[in-house]
Ligand binder design. Sequence first.
Ligand code: CO
Length: 169
Amino acid sequence: MAILEIRKYPEKVLKQKALPVAAFDQELQVLIDDMIETMYAAPGVGLAAPQVGESKRLAVIDISTKDEKVPLLVLINPVIVESEGSIEFEEGCLSIPEYTANVKRAEKVLVRAQNREGESIEIEGADLLAIALQHEIDHLEGILLIDRISPIKREFFKKRQKKIQKLNK
Ligand code: CO
């Protein structure tokens, strides 16, 4: 296994619509294992393939905390088939370091996907899991959390980003 480089905003791969996964081969299994290791090392609660430079419809999620363990999810070609309610939460993203913003999302979602063997699975998520599912599936559409905030907040974000870029020159 290997820890992969996490791509950061404004890298182009993060804005692209990822391609469906068709082959559940050894190469895919290696990518999945590397993404899991990269997510835990970051640490993060989710990681989508475009964040490691792979434009593929694949994401891993683990919202476990020290006190509450939940199963690791490997989602391939995931689709939200049902959603309800509304919840607002302060989100962060490994591709946008040191930035958080309140994002409004559905409170509950039903996701249809494939597991790493290519079998069909359904995941029902509420609250934090629902947020993570929507955040990671957004990544597969090239949508970042800054695309989900108000235009005013986005302007602030862009100004902040310009300042950071100047400092790094
Ligand atoms: Co993210």
